[in-house]
Design a protein. Sequence first.
Length: 489
Amino acid sequence: MMKRIRTRYAPSPTGRMHVGNLRTALYAYLIAKHEGGDFLLRIEDTDQERQVEGAVEIIYRTLQKTGLIHDEGPDKDGGVGPYVQSERVCEGIYMKYAKQLVEKGEAYYCFCTKERLESLKQTLEGKEITVYDKHCLHLSPEEIRANLESGMPYVIRQNTPNEGTTTFHDELYGDITVPNAELDDMILIKSDGFPTYNFANVVDDHLMGITHVVRGNEYLSSAPKYTRLYQAFGWEEPVYVHCPLITDEFKKKLSKRSGHSSYEDLIEQGFLDEAVVNYVALLGWSPEDNDEFLTLPELVEKFDYRKINKSPAVFDMVKLRWMNGEYIKKMDRERYYERALPEIRKVVSKDLPLEKIADLMQSRIETFPDICPAIGFFEELPEYDPALYTHKKMKTDSEISLAVLKSLLPMLEKEENYSVEILRALLTGFTAGSGRKTGQVLWPLRIAVSGLASTPGGAYEIMEILGKEESLERIRRGIALLEQQKASE
RNA sequence: GGCUCCAUGGUCAAGUGGUUAAGACAUCGCCCUUUCACGGCGGUAACUCGGGUUCGAAUCCCGAUGGAGUCACCA
């Protein structure tokens, strides 16, 4: 009987969630849910200085919107709480376990000052590197007791031997062996009494019964330190799944600090939750049947972490945009209007049928803000060059255009119903009777009512939206423009 | 620089010893169309290199090269 799978997402509340984190959360969720397991949320707020107001709310909101619903967390007690590390600090959990390690000789008190640590620093290729020299490991028990009693600030460090190697197993990468000499004596408990991420993570994953640790590839090189911790405690190690990195176009790790978009930024830029989740799921994994469009339940069903790619993936905004466009096309009316109408209102203040403008745009946009630059001509006819009336392929020029518009005008003045159907019937009838090509009629007409070489929709749709009065006004202006041009020749 | 990981078109990504090396995005061309978009059809484009193992290697091994990650009282 297999143990019930438990995974967790353990963010630190430092702001918005960037897509790398989102993908890690998603994979953790999928791994658990694929097997009917539990997905927990744990807040890792052990860094007092990096706390950001409201960041926890962002985490809740993001998980909610993306559908990654946790089974246990600060707001849903599953019996292994608290689920916020600062609260666990208050319960003395980490200190208790750290002292256990000190007693076993697996960790030790360190009283080194910032200045001394600074002197250990060396620079390699512009990067600052500090390797602790185990100075305090050699303190006598008396010295340690005296230091503690005098209230001297201290940290607790892991004691890693300088000889031998440590091996851990990752589901994707296999066995990875690292020389122990490479493993720094990392700090377990900071001088403010809080644990470091490294320590709290191991303790909590164990205490919360996490079976599969899902995290980013950037933790691969510190993983052996965690293994040593598990061994020091005598605890069973979880299954590790290190997800490949998501990078920018220069193949650098995506990070908040370099100003890469967060999930919330993307939503603000007009992307849909489902599209972002869908796209991000495909960065490092693909379904067997090759169908790229997957809902969250479908992902749960099809996801197999053994098939996650090992190499990093470039975040391709162009493909995300395409996928978002596909999602927009498939949106039902109501939901689409909800997002599209506010965009349209940014540009159109006149009393026009906004839903019709929205309908016109649905198959033409990839993100919602794409709407704005395309519909300005509805609000106001732009100044345009009469040369637009000349189009070789349409077999039309300013002379033909002028003639067509002039003969169209009285007919259109008589018509009251400016619906697409009626206009089409009217115009096709005219075209047939005039002996002209369709393009020779509709091209000039569309230019006149839009002033643009390319528009969403054709002349019928535009005129329906503009209505009779405005359409006629624009046609008259077109005629005037063409006559003016003719006169100046 | 040490350590570790990675290596199929510009990008994502199938492929686990024998394939004409899938598919998607992008790109280019054609068709459809009153323009644009949608849609349809088609094209260009890849196994980093060098050694092995094997009848046979994108696939296994070694090396080189390249890229990335990491080396905090941050997570």
